[in-house]
Ligand binder design. Structure first.
Ligand SMILES: [Zn+2]
Length: 153
């Protein structure tokens, strides 16, 4: 990111940068020829965006900010956004398609972070369906995780 002084056709020099702690970013740029100063202000969301993209401002990278806003948006998404309910049924002729979850498996699923639980649940359910497994247990979850390379889920 660079600023040009239009009058002097001169690239402005990075002056100072502040991260006051409320998420606001302020940076100033000064024209070395005429002394004009411009300031760049961003709101917390823009600061996060700039930080997360690793954009270099004035030759230094802004320290990484927690992506709190994005996390919040993800976390408030529907828990069952990836759940079975909205999926059209029919291809699983023979049985009703949805494997059941053992109590142990349900407890384990409950420990998965809220914002990925629906997706994780679907991954295991699809795994079980493909193999004709009618009940998902922690052992099935272990096997699926190892086979699918889903460490940590
Ligand atoms: Zn100038």
């Amino acid at each position: 990111m660079k600023f040009l002084c239009v009058d002097c056709d001169q690239q402005m020099a990075f002056g100072e940068r502040e991260l006051p702690g409320d998420g606001t970013l302020a940076a100033t740029f000064k024209c070395p020829t005429c002394g004009r100063v411009v300031a760049l202000l961003t709101n917390p969301m823009e600061t996060q965006l700039v930080s997360s993209l690793g954009v270099v401002i004035g030759g230094k990278t802004v320290p990484a900010q927690p992506l709190e806003t994005v996390r919040t948006m993800v976390a408030t998404g529907r828990d069952d956004a990836f759940d079975e309910g909205s999926e059209p049924r029919g291809h699983a002729a023979g049985h009703n398609g949805s494997p059941t979850w053992s109590v142990d498996a349900q407890e384990r699923l409950a420990r998965v972070p809220n914002f990925v639980r629906g997706m994780v649940k679907k991954i295991y359910a699809d795994y079980a369906k493909e193999r004709g497994i009618v009940e998902i247990t922690p052992a099935i979850m272990d096997t699926a995780r190892a086979e699918l390379g889903l460490e940590g889920m």
